[in-house]
Design a protein around this ligand. Sequence first.
Ligand code: GDP
Length: 271
Amino acid sequence: MSEAGRDYIGFATLPDQVHRKSVKRGFEFTLMVVGDSGLGKSTLINSLFLEDLYKNRTISDVEDRIHKTTTIEKTTMEIEERGVRVRLTIIDTPGFGDAVNCDDSWKVVTTYIDDQFRQYFTDESGLNRRNIQDNRVHCCLYFVPPWGHSLRQMDLEVLKRLHRKVNIVLVIAKADTLTTCEVEKLKTNILNAIRENDIQIYEFPECDSDEDEEFKQQDRELKASVPFAVVGSNTILEVAGRKIRGRQYPWGVVDGTVDIQFNCEIIFLPL
Ligand code: GDP
């Protein structure tokens, strides 16, 4: 117990110590993006993290894609916000769904996830546990095409194999191509398909009852928006004196950041 004027050192300071240590060390977060080519995955990731993470990307031509197998591409970057450092790793899966026979697309993805679990388990069982690098996939952003009526058979097959291994966040890609009613209908159909097939997607945790009303409202809106309809853009436009990441069309501009009227929610995931 301290005397007046001295710093208190006791178990009451443990949360502060843990907090300080965690902030100093930083956090690791690995996000996997899965979905057909051309659904706007790279654009959305660049929009979310305000970086060009795909500088060296080459897009293969149709001939190549017929036989192409899914590959795993890993990009890591350090981001810092208000003194908190995050080592963000994006796992992309180019070639997913490109081949004529997509039966094996999911195999590459599940094998990668399993391998990371195995590696982490081996590291945890070893002697030097201090500096383990956590490469496990924490979250999978699964892109659903906007042009169907619901999830396709292929989506269901992939999701059934992934849902017990990783937190799945479903997003409806290119939601600016749908009207508000169409977005609502597609969301309902997707949720029904998920329920009927017993697929478990990520559920946001319940917020504490003592949180303020604004936070609770935000939490309710977020939960009601699942699956998220998203619009990505790499272009900065100036609209009414305001700079936005948007998409310029002959008939107007779609704000790609957050646009509730269009029912497009761009999300940052809690760690
Ligand atoms: P990826 O192959 O899934 O990574 O797709 P890209 O990010 O390369 O995007 C493919 C094409 O779709 C590009 O021409 C993008 O400009 C366009 N695109 C990306 N996001 C959107 C979106 O939200 N809406 C629309 N309409 N087009 C988009």
